[in-house]
Design a protein around this ligand. Sequence first.
Ligand SMILES: Nc1ncnc2c1ncn2[C@@H]1O[C@H](COP(=O)(O)OP(=O)(O)O)[C@@H](O)[C@H]1O
Ligand SMILES: [Mg+2]
Length: 440
Amino acid sequence: MNEELRKLKEALAASPDNEFLRQVILDTMIKNEWWDALQSECLDLIAKDPSNTKAKFGLAQSYFGNGNFSTAVIVLEELLKQLPDDVEASTLLCKAYMAENNLEEAVELYKKIKLQNPDFEDKEIEDKLIRKPEQMEDDGDSTSFPDEIEDQIFGNSDKISFKDVGGMAYEKEQISLKIIHPLKHADLYKSYGKKTGGGILFYGPPGCGKTYLAKATAGEIDSQFITVGIDEILDMYIGQSEKKLNLIFEKARAMSPCVLFFDEIDALGANRNDLRSSAGRNLINQFLAELDGMSSDNDGILVVGATNAPWHLDSAFRRPGRFDRMIFVQPPSIESRVEIFTIALAGKPIESIDYQKLAKLTDGFSGADINACIDVAIEAKLEEAIKKGAPSPLITKDLSNALKTVKPSTKEWFQTAKNYAVYANDSGIYDEILTYLKLK
Ligand SMILES: Nc1ncnc2c1ncn2[C@@H]1O[C@H](COP(=O)(O)OP(=O)(O)O)[C@@H](O)[C@H]1O
Ligand SMILES: [Mg+2]
């Protein structure tokens, strides 16, 4: 045993409760990379006191130092149950995942550390996990997708069209004018010097049909319609995200005319929670470059984005030629609600439903809220049927009772939206919100 360590141990034997001394011993072992000594020291300590978190961390370090990463992972995962927010332990676990080539877990964990400690940075981890676009290896065929993305983007299972969307006449008309006609009559538009591509943003409160309308739009046109989940892009570790995005646009260009739909696009444009803001910036820049078609021709590619929070979108997104047209997807009007109820109840066992009354009772309800009410009513009906031993049809009363259990969800959104529309209405982008709120 090393002389220094021997002395320290003697001193500790003389005053076994001296925690400081004990920590110095552990630190000395770590500094000198005496992993075996550290391991037996920590095991001793844990045997005496199983809740000793310092010893557990030391033990994990010893396994890690000895290259026994899988055991280090087990010890650290256990330790983090006791100390969920411990940065040191999380960082070491992240490195252990990396050493085991478990990059997915490593990225998840590193994101979590960064979310809780925005200023934290570990160079070793970032160098490995966050690749710069120029460092990305080229896989040769630039329009090929990894299989899992291909499935996700081109999955064409449940086709719907405008007839499945209740009401929303204004939105449908806007979509026809801005999306469907330009794609259908591309030559005519071109002869008037109009481009047929560009960007359109759907915005509005949650549950009012942005995603649903986009899907229905796909059903209305013959052109290709590619849905891109932002999560799928962001979940790739940074650096790969830009490449994925480029591949998606390349694919779209190859299939033009086509619609590229980015749902919940604010996740891409907002950089608050990003792993690292510079990495988030890279992704935004890549997206803007693709939108601008800097290195390629975007004619015939219509990019549709949807968001509940347009104000979180980087303002660069709204410049001319990018998302310069917006469609406000509003809460359904009373007429629309009649239709939503009618569509949702079609084919269900019902009896003389008063649709007008239900529509009147559901001011401020989103389409999703209405569907939720119907689910509640049906469940209550099923319970009743089981109790009585005989089924009975849904009546207006069942639904109006169910309505009381669901809160209209759009009101809260308008409280936020109103602030932006009143105080941050640059060049009148939120005029439609003001009109809706009768403030204009
Ligand atoms: N106008 C509508 N007609 C029929 N169903 C609707 C309508 N609006 C919303 N819904 C229903 O509500 C669900 C949620 O809508 P969604 O498009 O996901 O909302 P958003 O994307 O705006 O948050 C849809 O899947 C659909 O079932
Ligand atoms: Mg949506």
